[in-house]
Design a protein around this ligand. Structure first.
Ligand code: ATP
Length: 233
């Protein structure tokens, strides 16, 4: 049975339909890469899944329950966590405080403060530093750690590579790979197609709010996805 089942999902910004009748499903333990040009609707789709944006139409079924109209805090409690674009940490609070706040929003499970510091050892020595004083890579690790602290069944990652050096991106992805091997279910928005196709089980390419390409990551070449990206497919 699919962990996530979306049908006919539509989301708007005013009159603009940023997500237009999107349907797909995702099985437990799989990673889905969501790609597409700027403005394709990827962020709006992730935010709608997390309950940070209202669905105008359609249905989101998660672990067998209809969560379409649940507010975001109830979706976190149901097991959906979003790592938003731009990280959105509480800059004046410490790393540890940012992580502990998330714990209250989620459920108990294997992701404790200690487990996050074990997965992201560079955060351990920064635990009492203000989040705003961290490097980009440390902030991203904190943002991912914060999502993990809710012990999610589904992790939504929005452009986690943005603004990081290639070396740091490699490090973040090494940690993500470990998460994937441990059976996490992930939807990943990633601009770097090579990286996205390299880690994901399946890929969805969006264009102007619609799914234009959908399938197993191994079934597509980078060129095919790039063509879809620009509407040439
Ligand atoms: P990016 O890679 O730039 O984040 P994206 O694929 O995530 O792009 P969205 O950010 O979801 O795309 O944007 C989809 C459409 O909705 C775009 O046309 C965008 O201009 C519009 N949009 C996004 N956020 C808002 C907003 N807060 N108010 C009005 N329009 C918005």
């Amino acid at each position: 049975m699919a962990l996530l089942e979306i049908s006919g999902l539509t989301a708007r910004h005013g009159l603009l339909e940023a997500v237009r009748g999107v349907s797909f499903s995702l099985e437990k333990g799989k990673t889905l890469a969501l790609v597409g040009a700027n403005g394709a609707g990827k962020t709006t789709l992730l935010r709608t899944l997390a309950g940070a944006h209202r669905a105008a139409a359609g249905r989101i079924e998660f672990a067998g329950a209809d969560v379409t109209n649940l507010p975001s805090h109830k979706r976190a409690a149901a097991g959906i966590a979003l790592v938003p674009e731009g990280r959105r940490l509480f800059a004046r609070m410490t790393v540890e405080e940012n992580l502990l706040l998330a714990r209250a929003a989620g459920r108990p499970g294997r992701w404790t403060l200690e487990a996050v510091f074990e997965a992201f050892p560079n955060l351990l020595e920064r635990r009492r530093s203000r989040a705003g004083s961290l490097s980009g890579g440390e902030q991203q690790a904190t943002a991912i750690g914060r999502a993990l602290m809710t012990n999610p069944d589904l992790l939504l990652l929005d452009e986690i590579s943005l603004g990081l050096s290639p070396l740091v991106v490699d490090r973040v992805y090494r940690q993500l790979n470990a998460l994937m091997s441990s059976g996490a279910t992930i939807i990943l928005v990633e601009q770097d197609l090579k990286r996205a196709l390299g880690v994901a089980d399946s890929v969805i390419c969006m264009l102007e709010g619609r799914i234009i390409l959908d399938g197993r990551a191994g079934d597509f070449t980078r060129e095919q996805v790039t063509d879809a990206y620009f509407g040439l497919g």
